[in-house]
Design a protein around this ligand. Structure first.
Ligand code: CMP
Length: 137
């Protein structure tokens, strides 16, 4: 998910380009205004954390771009492309390392495990919104 800060800073194309250049396949994508309810469900694992309320408010404050990418090892690889949660410690060359300075404005969220990805895909997308296709060239 490209978060509100990533969308507002005009980084949607850059993020998509990095995933495309790596060789992953885009199978779902939508720009959407997130409800508080969806944001709370998505970040349920953090509900006891002090930053939870602010995080939910931020994610539902302006549009995000939700995406589903497919490919061998995509979850682990995407986390490397995205970089560490805190952009200040994320390696240069990663998305957060190249474009961010704040943990609360770290541009993008990526699923942390295959199981989480499945849960998040089900939360964010209906099956009709996902394309089943393989690149042929
Ligand atoms: P994300 O990968 O979306 O998962 C949880 C998010 O919580 C994380 O990225 C950060 O944007 C946010 N987060 C983590 N720690 C803090 C913090 N200390 N203050 C504010 N936001 C945080």
């Amino acid at each position: 998910m490209i978060k509100p800060d990533g969308v507002q800073r005009g980084l949607v194309g850059e993020v998509i380009s990095r995933f495309e250049a790596k060789g992953f396949t885009l199978v779902g994508m939508k720009l959407m205004q997130v409800s508080k309810e969806l944001a709370e469900k998505h970040y349920d694992v953090h509900k006891e954390r002090p930053f939870f309320k602010g995080l939910v408010e931020f994610i539902s404050s302006s549009p995000v771009v939700a995406m589903v990418w497919e490919g061998d090892g995509v979850v682990a690889s995407a986390r490397k492309l995205i970089g560490a949660t805190n952009p200040l410690t994320a390696e240069p060359g990663t998305i957060r390392g190249d474009y961010g300075v704040s943990v609360g404005r770290n541009l993008i969220h990526g699923s942390d495990a295959i199981e989480t990805a499945q849960t998040e895909i089900n939360l964010w997308f209906s099956s009709e919104e996902l394309a089943s296709w393989q690149p042929t060239m």
